[in-house]
Design a protein around this ligand. Structure first.
Ligand SMILES: [Zn+2]
Length: 276
């Protein structure tokens, strides 16, 4: 699933290509993708003529702020990604087009989604901002200080990997970047957060910011279905330390990387650097 760095990479691409454009038409062969308004005909009618004023991200959501006080939200879920013409048509992952937005300059924005779990909503911006209040803080924002991070753990219990992946705890962190951050911080993924000391929290805070920023710098991951708006893979691959490296050697201590299932998700860690 695209996480904060992948979604931010998509947003960065959209900002360069579609700001100021107007939606003229929308097509879909999987209308269930649109979850609000419920009726596709109403969605179609409301979107028509709206201009893209801003594109931004909150958690794993892409938001097009539109004219008339509306916003279009897209959550790419498991396998979705947004494309802007002209995109790489050679990559089969860009061929599962289930919704297409036609722009006033003749180009299209399309959502390619193999498993069809992606979600599209058109709502008044105010309403959307209220919904976002249920999300945790944005880990890369300057106002997200260590003091704020530390407070999140007060009286919390549970396995650290599971906790930091909760969207209501911190926004945008998924399986890949949680595994990576814990390796950098030398914390075992199953360690209970109530047992993390101040030093470990400080390391984790830094590691989360570091891996997410690295992910953005490299244009997202390269080993999932994710593609950027041009339809190309990211280049985070070269920077990953543990994710999907079971049986390979730790880059720090040469121990063999192990896999552990936490909350039905695979976690990858070094048993020597990351002790329970
Ligand atoms: Zn190690």
């Amino acid at each position: 699933m695209p996480e904060l760095p992948e979604v931010q990479t998509t947003v960065n691409g959209l900002q360069k290509r579609v700001l100021g454009r107007t939606f003229v038409r929308v097509w879909s062969d999987w209308q269930k993708t649109v979850t609000f308004p419920r009726k596709f005909a109403a969605f179609k009618k409301q979107l028509k003529g709206k201009k893209i004023l801003r594109v931004w991200r909150r958690g794993k959501n892409v938001i097009f702020e539109l004219s008339d006080g509306y916003s279009l939200l897209i959550h790419m879920k498991m396998t979705g990604h947004l494309l802007v013409e002209p995109w790489n048509t050679q990559d089969p992952m860009n061929g599962y087009l289930h919704i297409m937005f036609f722009l006033d300059d003749g180009r299209k924005i399309a959502l390619s989604d193999l498993r069809k779990f992606a979600k599209v909503e058109l709502r008044p911006t105010k309403e959307l901002l209220q919904i976002f209040e249920g999300l945790g803080p944005e880990p890369l924002e300057k106002i997200f200080t260590f003091e704020k991070f530390e407070k999140l753990f007060v009286r919390k219990k549970g396995k650290v990997k599971e906790i930091i992946m909760r969207p209501s705890f911190i926004a945008g962190i998924g399986n890949i970047y949680a595994s990576e951050a814990l390796w950098w911080a030398k914390i075992h993924p199953a360690k209970d957060v109530s047992r993390l000391n101040a030093r470990e929290l400080k390391l984790l805070y830094g590691a989360i910011k570091k891996v997410l920023q690295l992910g953005i710098n490299f244009g997202g991951d390269s080993f999932s279905d994710y593609r950027d708006v041009d339809g190309n893979k990211g280049e985070f691959e070269g920077s990953k330390k543990v994710y999907q490296r079971e049986g390979e050697k730790c880059f720090r201590c040469k121990s063999v990387i192990k896999r552990l299932v936490i909350a039905q998700r695979s976690s990858f860690y070094c048993p020597r650097c990351q002790r329970l």
